[in-house]
Design a protein around this ligand. Structure first.
Ligand code: UDP
Length: 367
């Protein structure tokens, strides 16, 4: 074996790849991590701009109910007590998210949970049977008024598809509450790492050879015995069964020098189809950063083009899931090639779920 040879080549320096690298190094393995981008951290990457930690690939709010994962990440970084309480802007009117008594009272001028339930039940009766898609699921959960003002346009923009052609599971991510509680998540633990996410990856990858701007498919690679691949699985197999669909987002990051507080909240969703972006993120609110300026980001969902744009979200409808199943059966036959993470497993993972899957992968992995 030559000096440039590694026990493991890991493709992708996001959570899955970085955790595997860290754990394998601890077990005495020689590891090299490559990433096609010019930084580590995948889509969790944050960058300090004018004193403010900017979430370059969209807002990342850490949340979990899993004690083990919470303890694990707190060994690497300290969290603040940020709680996501976003608002929806529909044609200039502001509504509370997720759907809760603040939303219902503003929409229908009511104050009691029983009143809200009666309205939703009556509107939801438009879907008498088990919901078959996102549109039906949304109407059943929150009724037609909320569907038309706060869900339909946002979903069409985000996914570039009609809600009736999307899986019901997507909307089930959002809580519906008959209390005046506008916490976006139900999890026991929530927060933002003080000082941003990138430091977590710096710690995980400490002492490990990391080659940035290195593409697995087109660049010269070092020798290796095992491969851990966290990129899109269809690309790995040369799109043999077709291209899996992913959604992507483009960000327009802007410094506003003239104001210390642009929108008064970290995340404002624009739910009207006429507004071209889905949301504006104001980063300083994540860490309550004092400054007389602010950084905001407009998010524009856009169509993913294989090998040209960055894939963000898997589109887990039946067509794509069936295609993924074929790739997965190829992956299962591999001997020294392992797949993990949002893109390779084609799963709409949150951060805590990827972390758990990487830690499980390592503990079940035969060295
Ligand atoms: N959604 C919506 N209106 C909103 C926020 C979310 O209709 O104001 C729907 C939309 O279909 C979205 C889904 O709920 O894709 C899940 O939202 P979430 O905030 O979990 O998406 P992510 O955090 O992945 O961007």
């Amino acid at each position: 074996m030559t000096r440039t040879s590694f026990d493991y080549l890991i493709v992708g320096a996001g959570f899955f790849g970085s955790i595997c690298a860290n754990e394998l190094k601890k077990r005495g393995k020689r590891v090299c991590v490559i990433d096609s981008r010019n930084h580590i951290g995948g889509n969790c990457y944050t960058e300090k701009r004018d004193g403010i930690q900017v979430h370059i690939y969209g807002p990342h709010i850490f949340h979990t109910s899993n004690e083990r994962i919470w303890k694990w990440i707190n060994q690497l970084v300290s969290f603040n007590n940020f709680t996501l309480r976003p608002v929806a802007n529909y044609k200039g009117s502001i509504y509370s998210l997720p759907f809760n008594m603040w939303t219902f009272s503003k929409l229908w001028d009511i104050s009691l949970p029983e009143e809200a339930k009666a309205i939703i039940e009556s509107q939801g009766s438009a879907v008498p049977n088990e919901p078959q898609n996102l549109e039906e699921q949304a109407i059943k959960l929150v009724g037609t008024d909320i569907y038309h003002k706060l869900i339909k346009g946002y979903t069409q923009k985000q996914w570039g598809k009609e809600p009736a052609s999307l899986p019901a599971s997507i909307i089930k991510r959002l809580p519906v509450r008959f209390t005046y509680d506008n916490n976006y998540f139900n999890d026991k633990y929530q927060g933002i790492p003080i000082g941003g996410y990138t430091q977590i990856f710096e710690k995980l990858l400490e002492g490990i050879e990391v080659r940035l701007n290195t593409d697995f498919f087109t660049d010269t690679l070092p020798g290796y015995d095992n491969l851990i691949y966290t990129g899109p699985i269809d690309r790995y197999y040369g799109y043999k069964y077709g291209e899996l669909e992913y959604k992507t987002t483009q960000f327009d990051h802007r410094l506003i020098k003239s104001t210390s507080n642009y929108q008064g909240v970290a995340m404002m969703n624009f739910t009207d189809i006429e507004v071209p972006y889905t949301r504006i993120i104001e980063h300083k609110h994540f860490e309550n950063t004092p400054s007389d300026h602010t950084w905001i980001s407009y998010e524009y969902p856009s169509q993913y083009q294989a090998m040209k744009t960055e894939p963000f979200y898997p589109v887990n409808d039946t067509y794509n899931n069936e295609m993924y199943a074929k790739y997965k059966s190829l992956a299962e036959k591999e001997n020294k090639v392992f797949f993990g993470g949002r893109l390779a497993e084609y799963k709409y993972y949150d951060m805590h779920q990827v972390i758990e899957s990487a830690l499980d992968f390592i503990s079940n992995h035969k060295l």
